[in-house]
Design a protein around this ligand. Structure first.
Ligand code: G5P
Ligand code: MG
Length: 228
């Protein structure tokens, strides 16, 4: 009997590098669950939870939220997905977070989207998001079928408060100072693969081919307890 394997992946890259966009394609193609730390935080802000209100000013200023808080939130969600294959987006962002993640699982792969900062700045000001699902649009690159509305639910789209030019610059600085060391951390563990480019549609075929060799066919990605 073949043991059905659980896949554990992380997608990294600077703000606006296309993590959400590529994650959407990966989860659709390979049937993984997608967990975005930014989506978790925005859901808390939207629901006006105490935590969300506390974190909002950090996020709006383009700073990272504290390691212990985000690690607790993300690791709790991952425990709920213990029997599923998943792709984690936006976490870890510091070496301390990477160590916290290591304490609960072993990663199969870390995908790094290496997109130049100049390309990113243009993209973020024309981004629109569907908050409940995390679906991402761009008025130039992938506009919604009906302007201002989500393709799937028809609900209104919104712009993120941290997509202003000043905040984007701060987010890129935080990425350089705090997140780039995480790339080195994973490189030294031998799990990091970098995809460089300025267009998602050109990067995607390479990511697709790479993951195709790592992830079982969707029907085989299933719960560990279903394995014989
Ligand atoms: P997030 O939510 O993790 P970021 O800053 O890492 O946010 P972001 O902005 O969500 O990343 P992305 O997911 O990498 O970007 O990119 P995307 O949304 O797919 O694409 C960006 C835009 O470009 C979209 O409009 C898309 O349609 C368009 N696009 C994609 N490809 C192309 C292309 O080829 N061409 C063109 N023209 N357009 C394209 O984190 C937010 C905040 O939460 C906190 C921090 O404060 C953070 O700043 N946070 C954490 N803090 C501490 N630790 C953590 N682990 C945290 N996680 C979140
Ligand atoms: Mg994102």
């Amino acid at each position: 009997m073949v043991l059905k394997r659980i896949f554990r992946g992380v997608i990294m890259g600077p703000p606006g590098s296309g993590k959400g966009t590529v994650s959407g394609r990966i989860t659709q193609t390979f049937g993984l669950k997608h967990l975005s730390s930014g989506d978790i935080l925005r859901a808390n802000i939207n629901a006006k939870t105490e935590l969300g209100l506390l974190m909002k000013s950090c996020i709006d200023q383009g700073q990272l939220v504290p390691d212990d808080i985000i690690s607790r939130l993300v690791l709790a969600k991952l425990r709920d997905m213990d029997h599923s294959s998943w792709l984690l987006d936006g976490f870890p962002r510091t070496v301390a977070q990477a160590e916290n993640l290591d304490s609960m699982c072993t990663l199969d792969t870390v995908i790094n989207l290496d997109v130049p900062f100049e390309t990113i700045k243009e993209r973020l000001t024309s981004r629109w998001v569907h908050l409940p699902s995390g679906r991402v649009y761009n008025t130039d690159f992938n506009p919604p079928k009906i302007p201002g509305l989500d393709d799937v639910t028809g609900e209104p789209l919104s712009q993120r408060d941290d997509d202003t030019p000043v905040t984007v610059t701060r987010r890129l600085k935080a990425y350089e100072n705090q997140t780039q060391p995480v790339l080195e951390y994973y490189r030294s563990k031998g799990v990091l693969t970098t995809f460089t480019g300025t267009e998602t549609n050109k990067i995607w075929p390479h990511v697709h081919a790479f993951l195709g060799k790592k992830i079982p066919h969707p029907q085989q990605v299933s719960k560990a307890h279903e394995s014989p």
